[in-house]
Design a protein around this ligand. Structure first.
Ligand code: SF4
Length: 145
């Protein structure tokens, strides 16, 4: 069932985000996918979690179990205007734990990594060189005959 966003204004979003900034080490403020950037922040998170910096950098809002970036939630979040944190966060998601809009490339000390279960209907497509007969999938724009 689709989740409902519990905030309706930018002010509520800012207020809840500040709680996470002040108490749960939300960051890094300036995100980057470069593994050498934000060393101070990620080393601190590694110490908090008692893991290596490499593991810390893999614990993101993007893969947190409280992070909702479903289509339905993405549309609900459109009611809250973009702010400066949206500009480099790598995309929005709704934090269901703290009720604010967080971002793929950030994290906080309450992060809980979610598991991934491959859908049972996921098909394994063999490499084209090994396919016999008709291809099951055709490039976009090509019709099946
Ligand atoms: S609880 Fe999860 S989704 Fe919420 S801010 Fe922390 S890491 Fe991001």
């Amino acid at each position: 069932m689709a989740q409902k966003m519990d905030i309706t204004t930018a002010q509520q979003n800012d207020k809840n985000m500040k709680v996470v900034l002040d108490n749960y080490n939300l960051g890094p403020l300036k995100t980057s996918i470069n593994p050498n950037d934000n060393k101070e922040y990620w080393d601190k998170m590694a110490r908090i979690w008692k893991v290596t910096p490499e593991v810390a950098r893999a614990r993101l809002c993007a893969n947190c179990e409280y992070y909702d970036n479903t289509e339905s939630m993405m549309l609900q979040m459109n009611k809250i205007p973009l702010n400066k944190y949206d500009m480099d966060g790598g995309g929005r998601g709704y934090c269901c734990k703290f009720d604010f809009i967080c971002h793929n490339l950030r994290t906080c000390s309450a992060q809980e990594s979610k598991k991934y279960d491959k859908p049972i209907d996921a098909e394994v497509i063999p490499p084209v060189s090994k396919q016999k007969g008709k291809m099951a999938y055709l490039p976009i724009g090509k019709d099946r005959d």
